[in-house]
Design a protein around this ligand. Structure first.
Ligand code: HEM
Length: 301
């Protein structure tokens, strides 16, 4: 039997909306039950794997990138709640950081799907059809770093030498580490990969940076009165997983396909990838104040 309180609450809900409750209850009587496939949008999800060749592993390549994008979306979803919440209790930070570490661990431990079992020859043929697209153009990868730390931490030591004294958001973006993947700062020559990426996303990235000034994870932690040792350790672990361990498995895979047979191949995004992809070169840290000078000097070793 339906309890009267629910009927009363439904009645109130629609009356307050100025609607006739009976019409809605009649609708409910006719409505089909929700199913897993409609709720999860399975059929739509499974139509999103469009390949450019008939090599079997290209579909795996596409899906694994999509899985990574969904994982990044879950991570940004968690990070946004920490960024938007003022004075959140530390337990929430600890739980979210555990999740963030788990998502990143999923990325690290699954990356060998890209390396072991995918045919070296097939990959090196089908990747030519993808040029100039590159995982480098993942906007969520950049959004996650913008939410995690201040722009000044996304400038490597060479960039810091070029930066003016009181840099604006525009200045930071001019010198941000990831432009090194496609911009020759001496000649001004830019790869098509980077040019297209900037055209599509740079304004959004700048607006987001302005919007979350003072609210990045790094700044939220600095605003805490007395963060615990446990919290600091979890922040460090996340920093290390995301900015050292994951880049290193990625680099190992790039080495496997682009450099293992004595051929130093150009990547689809055209970067000097051996140098660029190394955490030691990028120097990306979300929480630099939690690391000692020595740990910073040995970053990515
Ligand atoms: C066979 C597998 C892969 C190879 C050989 C590879 C290779 C590369 C290379 C060489 C770069 C440097 C930019 C360029 O010149 O293109 C790069 C950047 C990047 N790739 Fe991959 N990649 C692989 C798989 C993936 C996957 C599965 C993802 C997941 C989305 C991904 C995401 C990225 C990101 C986010 C960057 C930019 C990294 C940064 O700026 O720190 N890659 N990749």
């Amino acid at each position: 039997m339906i309890n009267d309180e629910i009927i009363k609450a439904l009645d109130d809900k629609y009356v307050n909306l100025g609607e006739n409750p009976e019409t809605y209850l009649n609708g409910l009587l006719q409505a089909k039950p929700i199913t897993y496939w409609d709720y999860i949008q399975v059929d739509t999800l499974l139509t999103l794997q469009k390949t450019r060749t008939d090599f079997k592993d290209e579909e795996i390549f596409v899906m694994y990138h999509q899985v990574t994008e969904l994982t990044l979306k879950m991570m940004i979803h968690e990070i946004k709640q920490l960024s938007e919440g003022e004075n959140l209790p530390e337990e929430i930070w600890l739980t979210k950081l555990d999740r963030l570490k788990r998502y990143t661990r999923m990325l690290i431990t699954s990356f060998d799907i890209m390396k072991d079992g995918m045919s070296y020859e097939d990959y090196n043929i089908f990747r030519a059809t993808l040029t100039p697209a590159s995982g480098f153009q993942s906007a969520q990868f950049r959004i996650l770093e913008l939410y995690s730390t201040r722009l000044k931490n996304l400038i490597n030591s060479e960039g810091k030498e070029r930066l003016s004294q009181n840099p604006t958001t525009d200045d930071y973006f001019k010198h941000i580490y990831w432009k090194d993947a496609g911009l020759n700062r001496k000649t001004g020559k830019i790869t098509l990969t980077l040019k297209l990426f900037i055209e599509k996303y740079e304004n959004d990235f700048k607006n987001l940076s302005e919007k979350i000034k003072g609210k990045t994870l790094e700044e939220r932690v600095a605003q805490m009165e007395n963060p615990s040792k446990e919290l600091k350790e979890k922040l460090q672990q996340f920093d290390h997983f995301y900015n050292v361990a994951w880049p290193l498995v990625h680099l190992e895979t790039a080495n496997h396909y682009l450099n293992s047979k004595g051929e130093n191949k150009t990547a689809t995004g055209g970067s000097e990838w051996k140098k660029y992809l190394h955490p030691k070169y990028q120097q990306r840290k979300f929480f630099p104040e939690l690391w000692t000078e020595e740990e910073i000097a040995n970053w990515g070793e």
